[in-house]
Design a protein around this ligand. Structure first.
Ligand code: SAH
Ligand code: SF4
Ligand code: F3S
Length: 451
């Protein structure tokens, strides 16, 4: 097929988790390699790609609205395509496939999570032939590591070490849209990490739905701790990982927080609920006592570690008593960050058939109560850094004030500080600088650069 993408423009809109963000970097890399140019606005794009998420219902509704509204946006002046190509990929593409083109007749391309590499071909077919081009596979043929990539930031890299999930938490759609867990060979991971360091990456984030179960499907059964050692040896300044399932977090991995200097002191350890009854119904396969024991071990290895978590409020059958156990756990642990979600029924998951008669307002009221506790805890946790000096990896200008810089501390706190007079943002972006913290707020630290 001749290349019809030369001199076109494209734009990618990404929803959902870091897995999707990483996939989007590959989508950008592939389209650019074929001569299409990335633009920031949908108005300027000949090709629009939505990388979608269906983990909760709100995401579905948003996608439909966004795609529908594209119908009325005219093509940019000078475009040589006859019609804008709209493509939907990611987890909704995987789940709904052909059905999407029935709901959204002006959609041109649908692809799934297992066939990113097909996107350029599907787009070319749509440009040349018109009509719907849908391709969704049941399984990945391979780990998509050889696809070109255009990283969002030179100084940061997402590095998937596993794809898919075998855990089947009863509320969760991810195993159905991302397939069974597959691990990448250790050598591949080490090579990719070295490549990123050579091209300027300061921070590498290892990705997987459950990084702790890495390697069980590989010859020789390498473990996640081996991955941490290999990536640490690349010499990268900062290593992070997500996500870590409490049932599989080993002492060996916990120990790495004490021994690997470039493993950052921040751990995302989703608890979901503080009630053992609900944890059982969720099929999480740990209880609250085990979770508390893990937190103790982690803090023994790295006393200053910042913990974060995910919590679902309103799982079917959750009572006030169950909720209070979650609430107490949050107050007790003292998280730096808690992502709170109201349970969203996902068709096809076991929890979708579990009865629930808890009124919406009761769930909302519990949710609000929890959010108050989360904010109090986060404020409290940040106070430990007031007055101290923290190394900040600068991410760019602050969104609210162009004369302020923003970055991240080792504990992954957002840190704001003034751009010194006469200096440019770009000269600071991607650098690590010491910041004297003068103020610790709920969601950020503020300070001044130490010269
Ligand atoms: N693999 C990761 C999480 C992926 S989804 C893990 O196991 O931790 C991210 C978060 O979304 C989950 O931790 C959970 O808190 C939330 N979530 C998943 N399904 C949900 C649902 N049906 N309703 C509400 N929240 C959900
Ligand atoms: Fe979903 Fe559970 Fe897998 Fe996380 S571990 S992706 S919550 S099934
Ligand atoms: Fe969403 Fe898919 Fe990630 S459902 S959370 S984008 S794996």
């Amino acid at each position: 097929m001749h290349n019809s993408l030369i001199d076109t423009t494209f734009c990618v809109r990404t929803f959902g988790c870091q897995m999707n963000k990483h996939d989007s970097e590959r989508v950008c890399g592939m389209l650019e390699a074929l001569g299409s140019e990335q633009v920031g606005e949908i108005e300027d794009a000949d090709i629009v790609v939505f990388m979608t998420c269906c983990v909760r219902e709100a995401a579905d509704v948003r996608l439909l609205g966004q795609v529908a509204s594209l119908k009325n946006i005219p093509l940019r002046a000078g475009s040589h395509v006859s019609k804008r190509v709209i493509a939907v990929g990611g987890c909704i593409g995987q789940r709904d496939g052909e059905k999407l083109t029935k709901e959204l007749p002006h959609l041109d391309v649908v692809f799934g999570t297992h066939n990113l590499a097909s996107l350029p071909r599907l787009v070319q077919e749509a440009l040349e032939e018109g009509g719907h081009h849908v391709e969704v596979l049941d399984e990945s043929l391979d780990f998509p590591t050889s696809l070109p990539i255009d990283r969002e930031h030179e100084w940061a890299a997402w590095l998937p070490i596993t794809i898919g999930c075998n855990n089947f938490c009863t509320y969760c759609i991810v195993p159905y849209v991302r397939g069974r867990e597959k691990s990448r060979p250790l050598e591949d991971i080490a090579n990719e990490a070295r490549g990123y360091v050579l091209s300027g990456a300061k921070e590498i984030t290892l990705l997987g739905q459950n990084v702790n179960s890495y390697g069980r499907d590989l010859y020789g059964k390498p473990r996640f701790a081996d991955v941490l050692d290999a990536v640490s040896a690349s010499g990268v300044e900062r290593i992070r990982f997500a996500t870590s399932h409490p049932k599989d977090l080993t002492d060996e991995v916990i120990e790495k927080f004490a021994t690997l200097p470039n493993l950052m002191p921040a751990l995302h350890l989703p608890v979901q609920s503080g009630s053992d009854r609900i944890l059982r119904a969720m099929n999480r396969r740990y209880d609250s006592a085990h979770y508390r024991e893990l937190v103790q071990k982690v803090r023994a290895a790295c006393p200053d570690i910042a913990l974060s978590t995910d919590i679902i409020v309103g799982f079917p059958g959750e009572t006030e008593e169950d909720f209070l156990q979650t609430y107490e756990l949050v107050r007790e642990i003292g998280y730096h960050q808690v992502f709170t979600f109201i349970y969203s029924r996902r068709e096809g998951t076991p929890a979708a058939d579990m009865p629930d008669d808890t009124p919406r307002e009761v769930i909302q009221e519990r949710f609000d109560r929890l959010v108050d506790a989360v904010q109090e805890g986060a404020w409290q946790a940040n106070q430990a850094d007031a007055g101290s000096i923290v190394p900040v990896l600068v991410e760019g200008a602050s969104k609210r004030d162009a004369r302020m810089l923003s970055g991240r501390s080792p504990k992954n706190q957002t840190v704001h500080f003034p751009l010194p007079d006469g200096e440019s943002v770009s000269a600071w972006t991607g650098k690590t600088v010491d910041v004297h913290v003068t103020e610790a707020k709920t969601w950020y630290l503020a300070g001044e650069v130490v010269r």
